[in-house]
Design a protein around this ligand. Structure first.
Ligand SMILES: Cc1cc2nc3c(=O)[nH]c(=O)nc-3n(C[C@H](O)[C@H](O)[C@H](O)COP(=O)(O)OP(=O)(O)OC[C@H]3O[C@@H](n4cnc5c(N)ncnc54)[C@H](O)[C@@H]3O)c2cc1C
Length: 452
């Protein structure tokens, strides 16, 4: 039977609030008395809860704890991991000190395959000798990042956050209601980072508004050895209205199997049809394979209308930081968690002062938008132009054959900077793109005519 240990601290002024701590087995018992009623906290440190222990939450928690803030990291399910392809950009390894032994595969070859099955090699010529796309399992990455946040001083609470109680004044606490093994508990904190993914509860509680989501579906398939050999260092992307009306389908190599999947925004009800489509396209390559896991999850399509309210900030998928066109979100989750944490550490003088909404907006949101808004807009434009019809998808594949386009794409993807181009090559690329679009339109029209 559920036990309840709640009190109503919001009825007590923050300055007199005595919060009885609920004691999971893994942290030391103590009695916390919060005495601050002034922006300068006396006798205690700023207290933060990070909700969600994916890349966004763990990076935020690590940064907060290292910066002197008393940090609690809530994760409802530390032993599992969300469905994900597991591809990360190369720069993440150095920037987030990811040990190389966590990487299952270093992909050095990519193929993009058009609706008419024209395949373009993307990588073998344009990746430099030291470059690759690292692929890992999320269960491995997530537990590593969580453990590192704990080593930095964050307290991991393996518990489901069920609701939040909002403060009644600028300095009174947020109350987090959470449940572990049917036992209900509460924790009072000064601020919250919502890193709880695409179905974020934190976003709902602060009325952050909705975003459009794609649905991604994938099957993990263990292949016979000789078939797995083909995908050793190779990832494939398939485009076509048989595999997705507005996204791409993929075969990504994992440690001892492949992930075969697809996504769509506009036809979610047909996702299984598109999954059959991609499996049909790769039928010979996965023949004899055994499905070991089937998984599906939403992918946000754009940021939420509100990402900061009061002393609550959203990061990662909860904020909506997945790029269009590629569906990439791991790096942006970790980066946004870290940037948000840094903003809090800096605004609170290492946990000595209370912070407010303006600090979060100035130190985190403004910095984030300045750094990444153009990347999101650019990829949004590419998705609109190229994923709309089989004609434009054929053009996309044709353009991907261009070495300069490949180099620019890798520079932007691997290093997370919009690559600086060469003026003359850029002009040639624009003309080439227009040429490809026109050529494919004409070919497309002829193909339509042949059909009738
Ligand atoms: C099929 C698929 C393939 C993808 N492939 C790639 C890829 O190859 N590369 C890439 O970069 N991106 C990929 N993405 C996107 C990427 O997975 C996300 O952008 C990334 O996981 C976001 O990280 P996050 O920390 O913000 O959220 P999440 O990884 O979703 O983490 C949220 C965490 O919060 C926890 N949580 C949620 N609610 C609560 C609660 N109430 N209480 C306590 N804990 C809670 C969850 O258990 C979870 O651990 C893919 C997505 C999908 C669906």
């Amino acid at each position: 039977m559920a036990t309840s240990q709640t009190q109503n601290p919001l009825k007590t002024p923050f300055s007199q609030l005595s919060i009885k701590e609920h004691k999971p087995w893994f942290y030391k018992p103590r009695h916390l008395t919060i005495t601050a009623a002034h922006p300068h906290l006396s006798g205690r440190k700023l207290r933060a809860a990070v909700i969600g222990g994916g890349p966004a939450g763990s990076s935020a928690a690590e940064t907060l704890a290292s910066g002197g803030i008393e940090t609690f990291l809530f994760e409802r399910s530390p032993s599992t991991a969300k469905p994900c392809g597991g591809a990360i950009p190369l720069c993440m390894i150095d920037e987030f000190s990811i040990p190389l032994h966590l990487i299952d595969r270093h992909v050095t070859k990519m193929k993009i395959i058009s609706p008419s099955n024209i395949a373009v090699d993307f990588g073998s010529k344009s990746l430099r000798s030291h470059e690759s796309i690292p692929m890992l399992r999320r269960e491995v990455l997530d537990s590593f990042l969580r453990a590192r946040a704990q080593s930095a001083g964050a307290q991991l609470i393996p518990s489901l956050v069920t609701s939040l109680e909002l403060p009644s004044s600028p300095f009174s606490p947020y109350i987090i209601n959470h449940t572990t093994n049917n036992s209900r508990k509460t924790l009072a904190v000064d601020l919250i980072i919502g890193a709880d993914g695409a179905n974020s509860k934190v976003a709902k509680f602060i009325k952050a508004g909705n975003y459009t989501c794609a649905i991604a579906f994938q099957e993990r398939i263990r292949l016979p050895d000789e078939k797995m050999e083909y995908y050793q260092n190779l990832a494939e992307m398939y485009v076509g209205d048989d595999v997705s009306p507005d996204f791409y389908a993929w075969v990504f190599p994992k440690c001892d199997h492949v992930a075969v999947g697809t996504g769509t925004v506009c036809a979610k009800q047909d996702i299984k049809l598109y999954q059959r489509g991609i499996k049909e396209r790769v039928r010979n390559k996965i023949y004899g394979g055994k499905v070991i896991k089937v998984e599906a999850h939403p992918i946000p399509e754009h940021p939420r209308p509100v990402r900061v309210r009061g002393r609550v900030a959203l990061v990662g998928d909860a904020a909506g930081y997945v790029t269009k066109c590629s569906g990439e979100g791991i790096y942006f989750a970790a980066k946004s968690g870290r940037m948000c944490g840094e903003a809090i550490v800096s605004a609170s003088d290492g946990g000595e002062r209370m912070i407010g909404e303006d600090d979060l907006k100035r130190g985190y949101l403004k910095e984030w938008d300045q750094k990444y808004v153009s990347t999101y807009r650019f990829l949004d434009l590419l998705q609109r132009v190229f994923y709309g019809s089989n004609v434009t998808r054929e053009a996309l594949v044709e353009i991907c054959g261009n070495e300069y386009v490949q180099r620019m794409t890798f520079d932007s993807y691997l290093y997370k900077k919009l690559a600086k181009g060469d003026g003359w090559e850029d002009l040639k690329m624009v003309l080439g793109t227009i040429g490809s679009l026109m050529r494919c339109k004409i070919v497309g029209r002829e193909m339509e005519a042949i059909k009738f």
